[in-house]
Design a protein. Sequence first.
Length: 253
Amino acid sequence: MKRTSRHITGLCFALWAVAGIAQSGPSAGPGAGGPSSPTGGPSAQGQPVSYASVTELNGLLGQLESSSKSAQDDLAKVKVDRWKTDGSYKKQILANVESLQRNLQSALPEMIGKLRATPEDLPATFRLYRNLDALYDVMGSVVESVGAFGGKDEFQSLSNDLSAFEGTRKQIAERIESLSSAKEAEIARLRTELKTAQAAIPATPPQKTVVDDTAPAKKPVVKKKPVPKPASPPATKPAQTPPAQQAPAASPQ
């Protein structure tokens, strides 16, 4: 009994972890949770999605929502407190039932809304698959305990819910595989187109600079320095001629 209790505790923690990851994931943007267009909704890259892909996804999500509603109703009818077993085990089963209810009421609808907004978003699709995987494990342990200690009708109803979850989980796994193959084929096609486009571009040869080594080298032009003009001598004044002396007058005889 202790070993089973530890196993159930681990599954419960796994379910809580997946629910936390879903709630902290990136937002889906405008229009999240709304119905997809009949002609196809947007993909994660903004490309149109085919009508067949949207129709397939809407069928899966509608089936999942119906299974979730049925499971919530059936879980609410389980009377764990009336089981003839020890109190610690009943407390653990009650914790798992509450964890399932929280996931089905909060985390799962949020994932469904995000995937409706981006029908071919692989990360969003995988998050939903991983949450369903955790739901299946925890609910499987609850169904097993109900079969051992609960009523027959409770066990049958929850077993049907568990089978519905398992069927949807397998279909989503197949969708992930299909989407992955389509994305790989698209990447390969784009790579081929890119190589073809690059090969069609004519290669422009690099420009060459031709140096003529046979041409005589030009002699450098030497500029002649101007010869300075000699300084002109200072102007001299003309010599003054002394006045002529008059001859003495002859004396009378």
